[in-house]
Design a protein around this ligand. Sequence first.
Ligand SMILES: Nc1ncnc2c1ncn2[C@@H]1O[C@H](COP(=O)(O)OP(=O)(O)OP(=O)(O)O)[C@@H](O)[C@H]1O
Length: 364
Amino acid sequence: MTKTYEDGLTVLKNIDFEIERGKFYTLLGPSGCGKTTILRMIAGFMEPTGGSIYLGGRVINKVPPEKRQVNTVFQDYALFPHLNVFENVAFGLRIKKMKKDVIAAKVTEALNMVNLDGYENRAITEMSGGQRQRVAIARAIINEPEVLLLDEPLSALDLKLRTEMQYVLRELQQRLGITFIFVTHDQEEALAMSDYIFVMNEGRIEQSGTPNDIYDEPINRFVADFIGESNIVPGVMIEDYLVEFNGKRFECVDAGLRPNEPIEIVVRPEDLEITTHEAGKLKVRVDSQLFRGVHYEISCYDESGQEWLVHSTKRAEVGAQIGLTFDPEAIHVMRFGETEEEYDRRLEAYEEDEEEAGVVSHER
Ligand SMILES: Nc1ncnc2c1ncn2[C@@H]1O[C@H](COP(=O)(O)OP(=O)(O)OP(=O)(O)O)[C@@H](O)[C@H]1O
């Protein structure tokens, strides 16, 4: 589907994706890339300019929001400040004119799901940010939607509460079996919670896949950079399984590119190991070091002036000449301008070629 706003700005360009029932999906991308616009269209608050949205095989473009089996948890929670917790959660059921005792039972169950038993009579204004968040979730799940849309619901919470709510949401999703579509610009949140992630940039989906796929096999610089910290360096693919960067050749596990094709390589900071200057595949000088609790974040520069970021449990001395070493698997090769489809096709074609040639395929 596509979306062009009245002012002529096309904010979504050929967005095309399918989701399965009962999984946790995340739309991840920088501010302004179009995540909220997608949610608004799934919720029914606006229509796509081109294309269709299906729910269970039925086109729902023209179905009004209240007739869709879809509910939204908004970033600012959108609770009614003049109503207590019970009435906020009961709101949707009252509109549906359900019986009083059914409403009471459902509200109790929904509050229990979000660990807010006993808070029925509290005023919303007397609830903390995290508690309001839970009320908003209880209000959304009480309608038993097929899909729950969550628009940056944790962004207003402090770090500790945010981590706690990540567990709550993940656990709730698994218990209810409802499809969640979660929007965030926080890559750690996306990696921790999702079954499947769509990485978005400027109105497009750059890459989609499981958290592991996206972290280990980013298809381009944008994804590599956005998902976790990366060392991204220009290089040349000399031949299958041999790459050159920093003026040296290294064994790698990538294949199926043109001989001598210019590429970019990615090495994650945690895949670089500190060794002596002599033993290092890369010879570097330590520029700065930050203690991050679990590891040290060490910034080094090689002779060509290229920065290398290292995450290590070992300390390094600022100013010291050290070596960095890594396994062939730590090098991930990216082709310039390759789309996700082209990347998948290349891998498939290469695997078929290898099978025909009777070569045992390299485990990736
Ligand atoms: N009603 C509107 N009219 C015109 N342009 C809009 C409207 N709503 C959003 N936009 C523009 O569409 C683009 C995408 O906005 P959207 O809110 O979908 O992004 P987002 O990825 O959710 O960002 P954020 O994380 O900041 O909420 C932005 O450039 C925004 O300015």
